[in-house]
Design a protein around this ligand. Structure first.
Ligand code: NAD
Length: 368
């Protein structure tokens, strides 16, 4: 297969971790006979320093022309004093999301067998397995609704608007993702979507529940569907995370639940994400930021970015076998005991560097 992948290393540890993901994508191309045209473009503070804009026109155009975008991270103390609209997080990330029409954020949260002790949950809960995917609506709800102040600033409101078509498109993505996970080695259970809302209180949640239920009946009867109120879902995530496969939810609930889910895995350096639209390039990136405190030390964990590259292959290019191969290579390297400092246990063997763990994953992938 021929594919164009826009590579946006960004700031802080971004270039260090993206280099490892590129290495792995090159290895996939060699092993499976693909032609990935990977071109690097400036973004974030690095782009601001070069041309006074955190998202240069040329970078945006390259992202629009690509089949997928792989991003490291943006931001850092150096650019914290820029005007809000010029700052890397707002100018680069929010503009990319809106220009690429990305309305769904997919965040898998999984505890890898060799890293079970990193989870803050009790052993018996972790032993039941944690391997779930949160599908969060990204462009609607309270964050984008009408907001304002009254009574001379002494009262405030935020509207939570949702239209049926916005719910349908993200719900469809969740059902498709559940089908896609079904049968994969990492999720050997029947597909299930848990739709999370607050339908006992909110009208938008009632529309959400009606719409998801109708879509399920019409098109996805092979996928199990349950509805949970968001307060119960937050509780079940720490009480019994094994019950979840795919969690579908609106913007603000998803923002909160996806951070909770990432914490139960115990390691921010392991968690990938994808932001998707109906068509065009999706954006694939680790969930963490630019980690200024460890930049340049060669100790950042590149696995979240490497797993983001696996998501890119699966969702943007339909290369599920290749994505599975990357995930298997990561599992093999963890089983061998290789650890960057963030996932090491204090009494474990010496840790490895960013590029050493990247090399090991490349070797596991290519069998060298
Ligand atoms: P952060 O995620 O960068 O770091 C939080 C902690 O996790 C730090 O101790 C860091 O060393 C550690 N960490 C993060 N990634 C790691 C990795 N791959 N390996 C090992 N350890 C890792 O969050 P922060 O410090 O709050 O933010 C730093 C900058 O990143 C800020 O400017 C923030 O705005 C930006 N940010 C960007 C994104 C993005 O680009 N999508 C997301 C979040 C934060």
């Amino acid at each position: 297969m021929k594919a164009k992948i826009a590579i946006l290393p960004g700031d802080g540890v971004g270039p260090e971790i993206v280099a490892e993901a590129v290495k792995v994508l090159e290895a996939v191309a060699r092993r499976f006979g693909h032609d990935f045209e990977m071109t690097e473009h400036p973004v974030g503070g690095a782009a601001y320093d070069r041309c006074g804009d955190c998202l240069p026109e040329t970078t945006l155009a390259a992202c629009k022309a690509a089949d997928a975008v792989l991003l490291g991270a943006v931001g850092g103390p150096k650019w914290d004093t820029l005007a809000p609209e010029k700052r890397p997080e707002r100018r680069a990330l929010l503009t990319l999301r809106s220009e690429l029409g990305l309305f769904a954020n997919l965040r898998p949260a999984k505890v890898w067998d060799p890293l079970k002790t990193a989870s803050p949950l009790k052993d018996e809960i972790v032993a039941r397995g944690i391997d779930l995917l949160i599908v969060r609506e990204l462009t609607g709800g309270a964050y984008f609704g009408k907001k304002g102040r009254g009574e001379g600033g002494k009262s405030a409101y935020d509207m939570i608007p949702y239209a049926e078509h916005e719910i349908l498109r993200v719900a469809r993505m969740a059902f498709e993702a559940a089908r896609c996970r079904h049968g994969r080695a990492v999720a050997p259970r029947p597909p299930k979507v848990t739709s999370v809302d607050k339908a006992n209180v909110l009208e938008t949640s009632r529309l959400w529940r009606e719409t998801v239920t109708a879509l399920h009946a019409a098109e996805y009867a092979d996928v199990a569907l349950e509805h949970l109120y968001v307060d119960n879902a937050a509780m079940q995530l720490v009480r019994d995370p094994a019950r979840f496969d795919v969690i579908l939810t609106e913007n603000m609930f998803g923002d909160i639940l996806s951070d909770e889910a990432s914490q139960i895995t115990g390691s921010i350096g392991m968690l990938p994400s994808a932001s998707l639209g109906t068509s065009g390039a999706g954006l694939y990136e680790p969930i963490h930021g630019s980690a200024p405190d460890i930049t340049g030390k060669g100790i950042a964990n590149p696995i979240a970015t490497i797993l983001s590259a696996a998501m890119l292959l699966r969702h943007a290019l339909g290369l599920s076998g290749e994505a599975d191969a990357i995930e298997q290579a990561v599992a093999d390297v963890l089983a061998q005991g290789l650890r960057t400092p963030d996932i090491a246990s204090p009494d474990g063997p010496p840790t490895v560097t960013t590029s050493e763990i990247g090399d090991a994953i490349e070797a596991a992938l290519t069998g060298k």
